[in-house]
Design a protein around this ligand. Structure first.
Ligand SMILES: Nc1ncnc2c1ncn2[C@@H]1O[C@H](COP(=O)(O)OP(=O)(O)OP(=O)(O)O)[C@@H](O)[C@H]1O
Ligand SMILES: [Mg+2]
Length: 279
């Protein structure tokens, strides 16, 4: 299957990606991804859901150009990635806030915008628009350690938005937050998306978060990671918390869990120490 060209409605295309870490045969060699192919459409919100170690972050890192896969290709907006980031196309938001502690919030945004080659005259406007969108404009001159964990992650998300790339890669952005805060941030993200038409690839371990946010959920197998099933969630953005009360929400969540259960058992079994003989 050839990769789609730049004019297609596909934002991210992965073809036959295999990722090995370490030398073949070495005690620490790992086959992380095994022949993964997928297409993500422009404006789509996709979640990668799978057991720990199945290669979710590896997929994001390859798409983000942090390294080249052992074999296969990733294409972003019709251009091959091949270990070269596309900063005009892609921004990252990670689980840990990556704000520099010795700079204020707005200074952190300016650094990100400068790095992306954005004109200096636009820095503060862009920063404030993104901070307002997450309700953090009044904290622009605070230092990161003057903010709670939830506020920092809100700012982190805004920084990912302010560079205004068409694609946002989010690796467990809410994992360090309590359940209520992450639900509220999920709602905010759905609102922000409805206004922005971004393509988002979002990694989470939360089934409810995946169903609440996604247009499609890519359920992965235990390592070596493959796409096991793709689940469609037909619900327009912005999504209201009422969606969580619908029977369809629980059905989709249960469907995800049913697909993941065996994969998680396989992962847990593989991580156990071997039993000594005779036990
Ligand atoms: N740089 C690396 N060197 C060696 N092994 C690596 C490297 N990066 C990832 N791995 C291994 O590849 C596999 C997939 O890792 P990855 O971080 O992509 O998993 P994940 O699905 O994101 O897991 P989690 O849900 O725990 O974040 C794991 O077994 C991991 O140990
Ligand atoms: Mg990960």
């Amino acid at each position: 299957m050839p990769p789609p060209d730049a004019s297609s409605d596909v934002a991210i295309s992965i073809r036959n990606i295999t990722q090995r870490f370490g030398d073949e045969g070495a005690h620490d060699a790992v086959l992380a991804l095994d022949d993964v192919s997928l297409d993500i459409k422009r404006g789509e919100f996709v979640c990668l859901l799978g057991p720990s170690g199945c290669g979710k972050s590896t997929i994001l890192n390859i798409v983000g150009g942090l390294f080249s896969p052992t074999s296969g290709t990733a294409t972003v907006a019709g251009r091959p990635v091949d270990g070269a980031p596309h900063p005009d196309q892609i921004a990252f938001v990670f689980q840990e806030s990556t704000l520099l502690p010795w700079y204020t919030v707005i200074e952190n945004f300016r650094i990100a915008l400068k790095f992306r080659g954005i004109n200096k005259a636009e820095w503060d406007d862009r920063a404030m628009v993104a901070l307002r969108a997450v309700g953090m404009a009044s904290f622009a001159r605070h230092y990161p350690d003057q903010l709670s964990v939830g506020m920092r992650q809100r700012v982190n998300m805004a920084r990912g938005l302010c560079v205004e790339t068409p694609i946002l890669l989010m690796d467990e952005p809410f994992a360090a937050l309590d359940e209520q805060t992450r639900m509220v941030l999920g709602e905010d993200l759905s609102q922000l998306l409805a206004a922005r038409q971004k393509t988002i690839v979002f990694v989470t371990h939360s089934l409810a978060e995946a169903v609440f946010l996604s247009d499609r959920i890519f359920v992965m197998t235990a390592r070596p990671g493959k796409i096991k099933t793709i689940i469609d969630v037909n619900e327009p953005h912005p999504r209201s918390p009422d969606f969580m009360l619908e029977p369809r929400f629980s059905e989709l969540r249960n469907e995800c869990y049913a697909l993941l259960r065996d994969e998680i058992r396989r992962t847990v079994a593989a991580q156990r120490d071997p039993q000594p003989a005779g036990t």
